[in-house]
Design a protein around this ligand. Sequence first.
Ligand code: NAD
Ligand code: DAU
Length: 354
Amino acid sequence: MILVTGGAGFIGSNFVLDWIAAHGEPVVNLDKLTYAGNLENLRALEGDARHVFVQGDIGDQALVEDLLLRHRPRAVLNFAAESHVDRSIHSPGSFIETNVVGTFRLLEAVRGYWSGLQGEEREAFRFLHVSTDEVYGSLAARDPAFSEENKYEPNSPYSASKAASDHLVRAYHHTYGLPVLTTNCSNNYGPYHFPEKLIPLMIVNALAGKPLPVYGDGQQIRDWLYVGDHCSAIRRVLEAGKVGETYNVGGWNEKPNLEIVHTVCALLDELRPKAGGGSYQEQITFVKDRPGHDRRYAIDARKIERELGWKPAETFETGIRKTVQWYLAHGDWVQRVQSGAYREWISKQYAQAA
Ligand code: NAD
Ligand code: DAU
């Protein structure tokens, strides 16, 4: 079996669902269930013995040690993190706690467990760390896309905390020989994306008749990858990645934010026309920019394609249509995640930005 951390979040829950569908291999899922963790994402696995859920913190070393000894996983995949840049600007503390200290404690527990393994079990063991393209900083318009050789230049508390965790993972390989793999992926989108992030926030606000808040001039560029493609890349890296290496994962889909918002509006105009006529685009509102906002990210994903034969299956057009359709069909999921804590965040963030 494998141990996944953060498997009740957006990417983690997609990964767990896809993994069990693709492999059938059991998963122990350790998640703290912060505001971003949602067991409802895993409802399809209720009563399925291949999914063992444990509520807990990756920073609880004794708990992780106990789980490792009891379940003896062949791999640990670390998705758990505080993941939202805007929240890291308001309150960086939890980002340092989970992304830096938590990853350190997790690595310590895993190092102890791995040191006790022998023979084939030790040979086959892997620690896969899920990271982000944001560690590389920001690109100018004509710069080449981020390759694995780019230096780290994180600009937000979030990306700095992820960069620190990547460095710890690297050091545990270099110093102790821990068999690690790291993936650095671009912006994901798809089902179960928490509606604090750009794409789901735009869908949810559009349908609710609320403003669609675009930061600054809306010309910041991100490289978008459908979440199912990120999950397939992680499975491939786990299966065939070279120990100690990092792999950049991206969709070759660089797009300015404003274009993303226009695309979402056009799909909603087609699939759920506004009752009173007109376009959802009329709800677009330009608001104050994010402090220190990175202008452009772009991923050069040639290494993972060349060495591991991985390529995304979805184009942006197919992926975004599926995503909008998923949100339209899952209004009940959206309603339930819009808890008190969510509403509090939205009023804090957008009262200041307007
Ligand atoms: P998310 O915020 O949706 O989910 C994070 C999950 O981790 C939640 O279920 C939360 O409860 C859990 N968690 C948080 N702190 C924890 C702790 N201390 N112990 C145990 N569990 C804890 O995040 P996501 O978007 O699914 O991102 C998953 C990973 O992928 C993160 O490491 C993130 O940095 C990385 N990543 C995300 C993207 C993206 O576009 N979302 C892109 C590249 C990389
Ligand atoms: O690049 C990978 C990263 O992508 C991940 O590591 C992060 O975990 C993930 O949250 C995401 O970070 P971003 O900051 O790029 O994602 P977000 O959805 O918050 O914002 C995307 C872009 O849209 C960004 O340029 C900011 C802008 N934006 C965002 C929100 C929430 C707006 O213009 N308006 C908004 O209301």
